[in-house]
Each structure stands twice: as structure tokens, then as C-alpha cells.
Design a protein around this ligand. Structure first.
Ligand SMILES: [Zn+2]
Length: 443
């Protein structure tokens, strides 16, 4: 018995050690804000691809902001400063001194491991307490979000269904919610989030919006009308492998988790928002598998991206509005990404977007900047936004959620207390867009 107990303890310790060892530490990694010319960022991208373990671009310089947020490892820091000197980059400041402290804070304060709490609740109150136990204003694992989506579908079967989009590279079910009355051929709103793994505020916001649409249906007039009028497809975690990896192993993981042995034995994953098939591999994407903006081995090489394309092609006959949620910067982006040119329906898209921005300001008082991707930020090709524009979807936006650029910078480790206000302002903006679309498309 003692021997068995000893073996168990040893096994437990081994598992613990493996878990700890597997978790990437960002101790003393610094987040720097540097002023960079937005038309000359190639050197920065090449630097980040070459030294991908040491340099990580969090936000690229925009035409409005003119600065980039860059995470730099302690061992590379002095060298990085010398490189900035050689590139005549004068303005830089440290935003966060030790990003690991922020990660630790988020892991202890902001994540709700509801499954553990839930099993205790099941003993006490039975399964019906599951919905109440789930806190929409905390971060959750993918498994917990999936459990919650199934609970919503069970409890609100009249307006909620589960959609099975595809299987991820690691064979997870890529699931989402369909919210709407069961009548065929309704105009559709499709919202995805979390295509970039580390942008945790995006899946949390998508779940928050879904939760409100469902639980306020029949109580709130505007929500009831918009759920009656449209089918709302919400895919809260479009890159579940990456999302889980960002929880279990590397908080700052961005890409998918696909492995391509012929191209790269060491670097895993592709940027799922550079992998779409329109103008794939042009400006603002990288051909190096180690780059954080690696476009993939070919268009739609990532099963998650191909799956969403196929789902929209075969299951969504009348897509009116496509929104992709990202973080961060409080920026409301429209097509195109690959070029500075404007699409022919740019003015209509802009008018709708301005309505959405008004709704955000009315909801929370917060300001989001509006523009095309190429105009406001930088050129980026192979994005879902450009793909949807090419397909002829009339209204398409990518949203970089909170935080805004002010004194208090959280970046990707934004505390969970911001989920509710971010969710509220997004809900308000989506409802305003829905109203605009009803008016302008005469629905
Ligand atoms: Zn993103």
C-alpha cells in the first residue's frame, strides 16, 4: 500500500513537473512602445521572424498611432536597443517591465475553472445550476466554453442550436452557436473570435454577446426584434488548438497548432488570419514558418480556416454581416487589407460603421478608431476580411477590442473585469449595424 502510494505520489510529481516545465516563462520580458514609420516596417517584421523567441510584435505601427508595441526577451534586450539606435528609432518607452507578472495575475484572478466548482455544485443542487455557475465575465478553457454553449442550447432550444463547423488540426470540434427562430432563409450575421489564440478578450466578448442575445430574448425589445429578423452565428473560438495552448503552455501563442514536417520541423502553426485564399501571401504576410504572421504552406492550409470557409459557403445562404473579433487597440477595421484602394461599397460600409461607433460611445463612452485595414494599420493579405469582401458580403468588419492606448496598458493580459463593458459595447454596435442593414437592404 505504501509502495503504491509512493508510486502515485511520484507519478503526480512527475505530472506536476512536466506541466511546470512545459509552461513557457516570460519572466522579465519587457513590453516596449516604440515610434516606427508605418510605411517602413519590413525590417521589424524580418527581425521578429529571425529572432522569434526574443522579439514579438504585439501591435504594428498604425498611420494614426505611429507606434508599435513589442515584447523583448531579457537576453535580447540590449541588442534590441542597439538595433533601434541603428534604425534611428528615438522614441521608446517600457510599458510593462515584467510581462510574466501580468500573466500570473491573469491566471490566478481572471480565469474561472468552473468545472471544478461545477462538480461541487452538481452534488448540492443538481445539473440545473450549471448555467448560473458559469461566469460570463471570466476567462474559461475551450472545454468550459463548449459545455456552456451546450447548456445554452439545451435550456433555450427554441432559439439556440449548436453548429459544428469542422475539426481543428488537433481534432477538436470547432463549435459555435446559431441564435434565431427556426425559420429557413433568414439574413445572417456571422461573428467569429479568437482566430488569434492569445487575444482572450475576443472569445470572452463573443460569449458575452451570445449570452445576452439569448437570455434577453423576449425581455429586451431591440434584441428580440433582431433575433427574430436575423440568424446570428457566433463562433467564439475559431482557433481552439491555439487557444488551449495559450492556456496550458504559452500564454502569448498566436497561431494555429498545425505541423508541417516537410517545411519546418521546429516551428509550429500558421497565422490563421493570413491564410485565407484571397490575395494570399502578398503584403503583410510572411513565408517563414517561424514568423508569427506566417501565411501557411498554401491558401486554406489550416483546417480551421478551410472549415469556416466551407461552413459559410454551404450553410449560410444569405450572409449580410461578417465580424471578426481581435485585440487590441480599439480599432474598427473595414476592407481592404491587401491594398490602400477602397472597395466599391466603401461609403455604405463606412456609414454603417459610424453607426456602430456611435452605439459604442453611447454604451460605454469609449472611442474606437475607424478605417480600412491598410489605411489605419498596415497592409495585411490573406485576412478573412478581404476574403469576405471578395465573396460579396455587403458588411464586413474586423474589430480590435480593448484596451485602448492610454497610460494603463494591459495588452493581451487585459483583466477579466473588462469583459462586461467590452461585451456591452460590442452588443450595442452589432444591434446598431443590424438596424442599419434592415433599413438599407430593405429587409
Ligand atoms: Zn488578432
Amino acid at each position: 500500500m505504501l509502495l503504491v502510494h509512493g508510486m502515485r505520489t511520484a507519478l503526480f510529481l512527475l505530472v506536476v513537473i512536466q506541466c511546470v516545465a512545459a509552461y513557457r516563462s516570460y519572466k522579465n520580458y519587457k513590453l516596449l512602445r516604440v515610434d516606427v514609420d508605418p510605411v517602413d516596417t519590413l525590417w521589424l517584421e524580418q527581425l521578429a521572424a529571425r529572432y522569434h523567441d526574443n522579439v514579438d510584435i504585439w501591435t504594428e505601427p498604425g498611420k494614426v498611432s505611429h507606434h508599435a508595441d513589442i515584447l523583448v526577451s531579457p537576453r535580447f534586450f540590449n541588442r534590441f536597443v542597439r538595433i533601434l539606435d541603428s534604425m534611428a528609432v528615438k522614441h521608446r518607452r517600457v510599458l510593462i517591465n515584467d510581462i510574466q507578472k501580468e500573466i500570473d495575475r491573469q491566471m490566478t484572478d481572471d480565469i474561472q475553472f468552473s468545472r471544478r466548482k461545477r462538480s461541487a455544485a452538481v452534488e448540492d443542487d443538481g445539473r440545473q445550476s450549471d448555467l448560473e455557475q458559469f461566469q460570463v465575465d471570466k476567462y474559461h478553457s475551450y472545454g468550459e466554453l463548449v459545455d456552456y454553449m451546450y447548456e445554452l442550447a439545451r435550456k433555450h432550444a427554441d432559439i439556440v442550436g449548436i453548429i459544428n463547423v469542422t475539426k481543428s488540426f488537433e481534432k477538436r470540434d470547432l463549435l459555435g452557436l446559431k441564435i434565431g427562430k427556426r425559420t429557413p432563409w433568414k439574413p445572417t450575421i456571422f461573428i467569429d473570435a479568437g482566430i488569434h489564440a492569445r487575444e482572450w478578450i475576443a472569445p470572452a466578448t463573443a460569449i458575452y454577446v451570445a449570452h445576452k442575445l439569448i437570455t434577453e430574448y423576449g425581455k429586451n425589445d431591440l434584441i428580440t426584434r433582431m433575433v427574430d429578423k436575423f440568424d446570428w452565428f457566433i463562433v467564439p473560438v475559431a482557433n481552439p488548438d491555439g487557444y488551449e495552448y495559450s492556456i496550458s503552455s504559452d500564454r502569448l501563442w498566436r497561431k494555429t497548432r498545425s505541423k508541417n514536417d516537410t517545411l519546418s520541423k521546429w516551428c509550429v502553426g500558421a497565422d490563421a488570419n493570413r491564410n485565407w485564399g484571397y490575395r494570399w501571401g502578398e503584403a503583410g504576410a510572411n513565408a517563414s514558418p517561424c514568423s508569427n504572421i506566417y501565411a501557411g504552406s498554401m491558401p486554406f492550409s489550416e483546417p480551421e480556416v478551410a472549415g469556416i470557409r466551407d461552413f459559410i459557403t454551404w450553410q449560410v445562404p444569405d450572409l449580410k454581416l461578417y465580424i471578426s473579433l481581435h485585440s487590441y487597440g480599439q480599432i474598427w477595421l473595414a476592407p481592404w487589407g491587401y491594398t490602400n484602394m477602397k472597395p466599391s461599397n466603401h461609403e455604405d460600409q463606412k456609414a454603417a460603421a459610424l453607426r456602430a461607433l456611435d452605439a459604442i460611445t453611447n454604451s460605454s463612452g469609449v472611442h474606437y478608431e475607424y478605417g480600412t485595414i491598410a489605411d489605419l494599420m498596415y497592409q495585411a493579405s490573406g485576412t478573412s476580411i478581404d476574403y469576405m469582401q471578395d465573396r460579396g458580403v455587403p458588411y464586413i468588419y474586423g474589430v480590435e477590442l480593448r484596451p485602448e492606448e492610454d497610460d494603463q496598458i494591459y495588452g493581451f493580459t487585459i483583466p477579466a473585469r473588462f469583459i462586461k463593458p467590452t461585451g456591452e459595447e460590442m452588443l450595442a454596435s452589432f444591434l446598431a449595424l443590424a438596424e442599419y442593414i434592415i433599413e438599407h437592404k430593405k429587409l
